[in-house]
Write a protein that binds this ligand. Structure first.
Ligand code: KG4
Ligand code: ZN
Length: 344
């Protein structure tokens, strides 16, 4: 059985995992840098890159130990090559190249977004291509038609902030600190989602794109007004995000046909209220709903190893000159969304 070693270092988690080609997770190790970045209220790229240098090699050793293996037992090395914070990406990719070279194994340079996009197939081995994917993370908010490894059509993207970014900025405004998503979700559970009138940007428009910048500004005004409790603002904000995600995803489902399932992935998919709303939307359309377990939604190396497994099986390997890419769209042919800023 082919065994894939996956490495992840594109943001603020350092991770190593061993996965088999039939989707068994033999080991997965992760070190979060939350404490190092907390004083700054967000990820500091230089601190992240240095922390990856310290953490990655010991995590690889620990994962191999957990699986009772050595590098000689590994068949394929898969490392995130982008998109992400370039210093961190370089640490993981160069480590992957060095291991591939030293052990004489093939290298798969993995797009981090493809790691998220294919992770539901690691969680549910019955999930078939093509599926409709809502990919919601700290850096991205996209709806993708997933046709196979390396084969994506992007139906929608955000014209400004990503959904996770909106959660993180709202958390900062509410004094909830970093990382913001889980803290906002916790506060939202104690508040009234109807208390604060907030906008639903782009809801009802023909193309299923997203926008969250106006929502963040409205949250700022609500905080400054002094009229509302922190919990009510958190709950109203989360409800506004849910309404946007559901309206936009419904729009995409109306446009695409022949999908096997509605699937959600990325860090924001860890939010239980968002998962619940998407599950109901899938049921409305007579589609199965697939969401990976929470630990597989946020950044990890098992999803990178798995994307490596899928690409390796499809013959999509790379040579040792593959570049580290700060930007790397899954669908290079996608048209720019109208009104989009530099992030599209
Ligand atoms: O996928 P991920 O771990 O890293 C990126 O590739 O961006 O996603 C991290 C994002 C952060 O913005 C974080 O606030 C958000 O996912 N997040 C959540 C929750 N857990 C993580 N957002 C809302 N609710 C959550 N429970
Ligand atoms: Zn991610």
């Amino acid at each position: 059985m082919t065994i894939i070693l996956g490495l992840e270092s594109s943001c603020d988690e350092t991770a190593a995992a061993l996965v088999t080609a039939d989707g068994r997770i033999l080991a997965h190790r992760l070190a979060t840098q939350e404490e190092a970045h907390r004083p700054y209220g967000g990820v500091v790229p230089e601190i992240a890159a240095r922390a990856h240098v310290e953490a990655l090699a010991p995590l690889i050793e620990a994962a191999l130990n957990d699986a009772d293996m050595t590098l000689a037992d590994v068949d394929v090395i898969a490392a995130t090559a982008g998109p992400g914070l370039i210093g961190g990406v370089m640490v993981g990719l160069v480590t992957g190249k060095a291991l591939a070279h030293a052990a004489g194994k093939p290298l798969v340079a993995v797009n981090h977004l493809e790691g998220h996009a294919l992770s539901p197939r690691l969680a549910d081995r019955d999930l078939q291509f093509p599926y409709m994917l809502l990919l919601v993370s700290g850096g991205h908010c996209q709806i993708l038609h997933v046709k196979g490894p390396g084969d994506y059509a992007r139906l929608a993207t955000t014209i400004d902030d990503a959904a996770g970014e909106a959660f993180d900025k709202t958390a900062k405004l509410l004094g909830l600190g970093y990382p913001g998503g889980p803290a906002v979700e916790k506060a939202a559970a104690l508040g009234n989602p109807k208390a604060v009138p907030l906008p639903r940007p782009l809801v009802g428009t023909a193309e299923p794109h997203f926008s969250f910048a106006g929502l963040k500004s409205a949250v700022m005004r609500a905080v400054q007004s002094g009229q509302y409790s922190m919990e009510d603002i958190a709950a109203s904000f989360q409800q506004a995000v849910i309404d946007c995600l559901i309206d936009r995803t419904r729009r995409a489902l109306e446009q695409g046909s022949g999908m096997s399932a509605l699937v959600v992935a990325g860090g924001v998919a860890a939010n239980k209220a968002i998962r619940g709303a998407l599950e109901a939307l899938a049921a409305d359309h007579g589609l199965p709903f697939v969401a990976p377990p929470l630990w597989l939604c946020t950044d990890n190396a098992a999803m990178i190893a798995w994307a490596g497994a899928e690409r390796y099986a499809a013959g999509l390997v790379h040579d040792l000159s593959f570049p580290a890419r700060p930007r790397w769209p899954l669908d290079p042919d996608a048209e720019k969304a109208r009104g989009a800023g530099v992030k599209a």
